[in-house]
Design a protein around this ligand. Structure first.
Ligand code: SF4
Length: 246
């Protein structure tokens, strides 16, 4: 079996715990307004690779990943779930920590393929891009029902997860929505971390090169202080929710 791979980053520092070997999968059904990897969207792009070919690249620097592991990112890795499962099975069998960086958009309810993948996945980094259903559709082109259901599914199956949220000024940062977001997160019992990232414009040049209009044209990058303030709103809502339950 081969997978369509966009690229491989040998020393990823922000893609899970420790130093990571990051495999970027080609293809994504979402169209997030701020996506900085629009070159991963096309399902027919990328390079076909086998699990062996990828593992051999990892092996060259294996010693560096002792406290880290492998991360599947993208694009949307779950679009190629069979290949992804084969890849993670190989790494898992070699004792390497596996992390799935996903939008969760491919989840359509309980199914054997997802369970097989989760059995060889140590950690899921889940992007929940907006809590508001209509707002999520506007931002990404898709409703978030399946994504929220996936978060609950992971929690019910005791699968560790980190949630990531990109805070975009004037777009995804309304306090009321962030409070609802926090309430939702408070019910995820396997949530280990919440990353709130400030909006940035690093991918804009790629849009020009690909001749795709950039929907957030003119919007300035946000600061880390801004993201930290917004994170506090989400965390407070989580705390309130948990306190009420006691
Ligand atoms: S899910 Fe990720 S890769 Fe896909 S469009 Fe959104 S930001 Fe880009």
């Amino acid at each position: 079996m081969t997978g369509r791979i966009h690229s491989i980053e040998t020393f990823g520092a922000v893609d899970g715990p420790g130093l990571r070997f990051v495999v970027f999968f080609q293809g994504c059904p979402m169209r997030c307004a701020y996506c900085h990897n629009p070159d991963t969207w096309d399902v027919n792009g990328g390079t076909e690779m086998t699990v062996d070919e990828i593992y051999k690249k990892f092996e060259r620097n294996k010693a560096f990943y002792e406290k880290g592991g492998v991360t599947a990112s993208g694009g949307e890795p779950m679009m190629q779930i069979e290949f992804l499962t084969e890849l993670f099975t190989r790494f898992h069998n070699e004792g390497v920590h596996t992390c799935l960086d996903t939008s969760g958009i491919m989840f359509t309810g309980e199914n054997e393929k997802t369970d097989k993948l989760l059995a060889v996945t140590d950690l899921v980094m889940l992007d929940i891009k907006r809590f508001d259903r209509e707002g999520h559709k506007e931002l990404t082109g898709h409703y978030n029902d399946g994504i929220l259901a996936f978060a609950k599914y992971l929690s019910e199956r005791n699968k560790k997860m980190w949630v990531r949220f990109v805070c975009v000024p004037g777009e995804t940062d309304a306090d009321d929505e962030l409070k609802e977001y926090g309430k939702f997160l408070s019910n995820l019992k396997t949530l280990e971390a919440l990353d709130v990232l400030p909006y940035h414009t690093m991918g804009v040049k790629k849009y020009e090169a690909l001749n795709i209009p950039y929907r957030l044209e003119g919007l300035k990058p946000a600061t880390s202080e801004y993201a930290s303030d917004k994170k506090t709103i989400i965390l407070s809502a989580m705390k309130n929710e948990n306190t009420q339950e006691l």
